[in-house]
Design a protein around this ligand. Structure first.
Ligand SMILES: Nc1ncnc2c1ncn2[C@@H]1O[C@H](COP(=O)(O)O)[C@@H](OP(=O)(O)O)[C@H]1O
Ligand SMILES: [Mg+2]
Length: 469
């Protein structure tokens, strides 16, 4: 793989020196036109799939234009300057949060992988049912405790407010002593590995009360003002217990808007065609031909911060390797396919979560010809952001209220990867009204591009009244 490590080091006004950036697209390997800071790796556009990145932040679309527009007018340079100042200020505002969030999600994925292995190889006795009959496992509580503890340690508990899916009610019941013990052990086993992820674990193993405290500290109700984290410790628990796709979703929401999105997808296959296979089949094949330590077979953490114009994907930490930033991160981008005939749409596996018959009708009317790709969890957002599918549609039954933690991280990532996410009325999702996406119009439509999006929104309008939703 031709990789250019540039040692160009010159100064550019208005960009903080600490900001190390990855130059994307516009740079040729021998590029010298932009009086840049430390250029790390510059790879030609044709090598896009092999690009290796990057520090915590990246060049926005603006920056790319800026650098290539030698003939820009004075006024546009001033506008560019403003925009660049804005990007730089946002970078310094969120860089620590993004760094910590990605490391924390890496750790959560590590935890989930271990629990999923043991769930599959043993029995399903570790799977509990919640009041709404959805499954919950040791992993859900353990990830919530681990993320909550690590965020509090990193930013100070007084500065951390978290909205998350799980509570401690069923864990605290008298007959749940075994379950609670397993959660405490799982959390401590995971936190013991914190240095591998560049984070600091506790000096001594956490006790039961500390673990329960970390879980129940995630009791924020969100809202329109201030900062809070939205966490879905294991999104797609059904996929998780079935050995299939699931995600760890962490978003930072500020004044009602998601500003950082991080999605850990431990089973996300690097070969897109594997998404349509039964995961069990993939597991068998992986066992027969195990990936080498160098090959990136499956599992990633995808992340973005609002306004950067970039979304990134890094592999999960394997074995005893240490997470060294940027951990071979690569930029991801939505697909450029606009023709519905060539587009793939994805939707929930469970028809109780989204009407398959309604989306089939929509697909037909807009000319989507391919079989739907049914995927558990927010991995569907990953699929769009990475360009492995072009459309994601979800139409829940009437009365179901979507929760913010099921969407916040994915929305930032798709938008920064170049895609569009709205409700079925074409409006942005509203994360400012508490734990639910209040006012959501009918369903959720995420697309790689505006043209496909528009077609689907129009088709929803045309067929809604005759639907049974
Ligand atoms: N009846 C329902 N309608 C729509 N979504 C539902 C639902 N019941 C559960 N969900 C949500 O769908 C998620 C699973 O998504 P998917 O269907 O895309 O795999 C669940 O998250 P958890 O698995 O975190 O509980 C849950 O939030
Ligand atoms: Mg969920």
């Amino acid at each position: 793989m031709p990789l250019y490590c540039s040692s160009l080091r010159t100064q550019v006004p208005c960009v903080p020196k600490h900001t190390v950036r990855y130059f994307n697209k516009f740079l040729s390997p021998n590029y010298v036109g932009f009086k840049g800071f430390s250029l790390f790796f510059c790879v030609p556009q044709s090598e896009r799939q092999h690009k290796v990145a990057h520090p915590i932040v990246s060049l926005s679309k603006f920056d790319r234009n800026y650098s290539s527009s030698a003939s820009a007018s004075a006024s546009s340079i001033m506008a560019d300057q403003k925009r660049m100042d804005f990007v730089s200020s946002m970078e310094s505002k969120y860089s620590k949060e993004l760094d910590v969030a990605v490391r924390v999600v890496q750790m959560a994925c590590f935890l989930c992988q271990k629990v999923q292995e043991s769930l599959i190889s043993k029995s399903s006795s570790q799977v509990q049912s919640k009041d709404d009959n959805s499954p919950v496992t040791i992993a859900d509580w353990s990830v919530q405790a681990t993320v909550s503890w690590l965020l509090s340690e990193s930013f100070g508990s007084q500065n951390v407010s978290i909205v998350a899916e799980e509570d401690v009610l069923s864990l605290s019941k008298a007959d749940a002593a075994g379950l609670l013990k397993a959660v405490v052990n799982t959390v401590n086993d995971c936190l013991a590995e914190a240095p591998q992820f560049g984070l600091q674990g506790p000096e001594m193993a956490l006790g039961t009360s500390e673990v329960l405290e970390a879980i129940s500290r995630c009791n924020s109700n969100g809202g329109p003002a201030g900062r809070f984290w939205a966490l879905d410790p294991v999104d797609g628990t059904l996929g998780f217990v079935r050995g299939d796709q699931y995600a760890v979703a962490l978003a930072l929401i500020e004044d009602g808007e998601p500003v950082i999105g991080v999605l850990g997808c431990p089973n996300y296959p690097m070969r897109k065609e594997w998404l349509s296979y039964q995961h069990r089949y993939h597991r068998i094949i992986s066992k027969l031909t195990p990936p080498t330590s160098e090959s990136w077979d499956k599992g990633c953490v995808m992340y973005a911060w609002k306004g950067s114009g970039e979304a990134w994907m890094q592999p999960l930490i394997q074995g005893n390797k240490k997470l060294v930033w940027p951990n071979s991160a690569r930029p991801v981008q939505v697909s450029s396919i606009e023709n519905p005939e060539l587009a793939t749409f994805c939707e929930p596996v469970e028809k109780s979560n989204s009407s398959h018959s309604f989306t089939a009708g929509l697909a037909h009317s807009v000319g989507l010809r391919k079989q739907p790709l049914r995927v558990y969890s927010m991995v569907k957002y990953t699929t769009i952001a990475r360009g492995d599918a072009e459309v994601f549609m979800k139409f829940a039954r009437a009365g179901y209220k979507e929760k913010i933690w099921d969407h916040a991280a994915g929305v930032v990532i798709i938008q920064e990867a170049g895609g569009v996410v709205t409700d079925a009325g074409g409006r942005p999702l509203d994360f400012s009204k508490g734990i639910y996406l209040e006012g959501l119009d009918r369903g959720i439509v995420a697309c790689a591009g505006a043209k496909l999006h528009e077609k689907i929104i129009r088709a929803v309008d045309a067929s809604w009244d005759s639907s049974s939703l």
